[in-house]
Every structure is written in structure tokens, then in C-alpha cells.
Design a protein around this ligand. Sequence first.
Ligand SMILES: [Zn+2]
Length: 270
Amino acid sequence: MWNPRLLLIAPLASLLLVAQPSPTPMVLPVPVLQPGEGLALTIGDGEVHTYGEARREVPMGSLALLVWMRLEGSEWASRSVQFKCTGASGPSTCSNRKGHGKVDLSKALREDCNLAFLSWIAQAQVGWKFDYGEAAARARLEEVFAPFLGRRLPTGDGLPPMTAAWLGDGDLLRTSPEAFLRWLMEPEQSGVVTFGQRFLAGFWVDFRNLMGKEDWWFKTGTSSAPGDPKAAGTWVAGGRGLALVVLHLPQGQGKEEAMARIRKILGLTS
Ligand SMILES: [Zn+2]
């Protein structure tokens, strides 16, 4: 279908930054990526643009927290869940070994507090079993995580152990920049985008200063896959208004480097 916005594409950055269409029609410039990077983006017109290794499936890392927001985010937000992270709990350690201290949902999502999520998920499981039984709970879990599970979930009727693998640790959950972008674009995920805007926007102060009220939101995440170092890497997923973007960087780059890359690619720095 003809879409007038496509004819009004200013340089990518200004299109995404400024709601006003440019009077001069231009061609969408190709973002310059480095080897191993993959990028998928939409300006909100339903079209998906992919660059580099956008279709390479790799472990999704802590982007999995956004899938949990789809599953339980409303419940956790309405209960104003909290957790005190000391960095370790039994066999589990947190992404911050020194502990995150007291976290709420926003901070846990922003800083990847695995222990907080594991605790809230354990509580949620008790509720699921009580509310609709274990088999239905498993069916719901499988349905929501299906795009990322492939056939890696052992068959069975019961709930699998909710380990850090369900927070994106290791190889259980996988995706590609394009697949995750398409997932975020689905109407069922509108709540995830809203949580992103609510909890993750404006965290990057210079962005807020640059763009006023309508902030970009970004969720960073790192992943590792034992035995497959090439599959490890860093993720950034985010959006502003109807625009959504997912970037994957190869191993060796941390969250700060990933944020610097996405800023550069989107032209968010002057
Ligand atoms: Zn923590």
C-alpha cells in the first residue's frame, strides 16, 4: 500500500527524532554497520528494514526480561514488587556480583537484576498453579516464549525449573534482530513497549535533554553461550513513539559500547 511517510523520509535520524516530515523526499540512507553487527528497524509504518547480520539467530540474553514483562509485567507493576539483591542467592548469582541493593521493577529491568526476576518468577509460579493449574501454566509459558524456544524445551506437562536460562542465560532462548523486532511490533506486545517507555525511557540523560518529553527507551542486554563464543554478544532493543529498533553486536562489546553504537547509528549524537 502506498504510504506517504515513505516519500517524506528525511535522513533516518531526523525522521526518527522529529515528527515533522521533511518537505524534501529522500532515500532512506543505509546505516553503516561494523562487521558482525545486525540491525532491524521500523519507523512504525509496518515496514521492517534489516542491515548486516539481522537474521542471525543467537542467544537472546537479557532481552528475555522483556518477554517476562509481556507475561507478568502488569501483575508486577500493579503490585509494585520489590527485592533486595545481595548479589548471590543459593546457587544463583546476579549480574552485579556485589548486589543491586533494593530494586523495584524499573531498576531490575534496567540493570538486569536476575535475582529479583527469579524471585518474582518463583512467586508468580505459585500463583499460576493456584489460579489455573500447572498444565495450563506451562501451556501459557510455552505460548509466550515459543518464538524464542525453538524445540529446546524438553517435553512434559509440568512447569520446567525456572532457572537463569529463562532470563536469557545460555542457549535456551534465542532470537535475531529481525525476529525480535517483529515480535515487538505485534499488537500483543504493545504492553511491552509501554513498559519500555515507562521504565526505560529517559534513563539516558543526554537523550532526554536532546529530545524533550518524547524519549527513546532502550533495553540493553548481554548474552553468553557456553561452547559457542561466537554466539555471545550484546543487544539493544528500543523505540520512540512508533519507531522500534533492535541491534546486536558481536562479543567483546559491553552495554556502554552498545549504547554508543546505537546512538551513532541512529544519529542521536551531534
Ligand atoms: Zn541483582
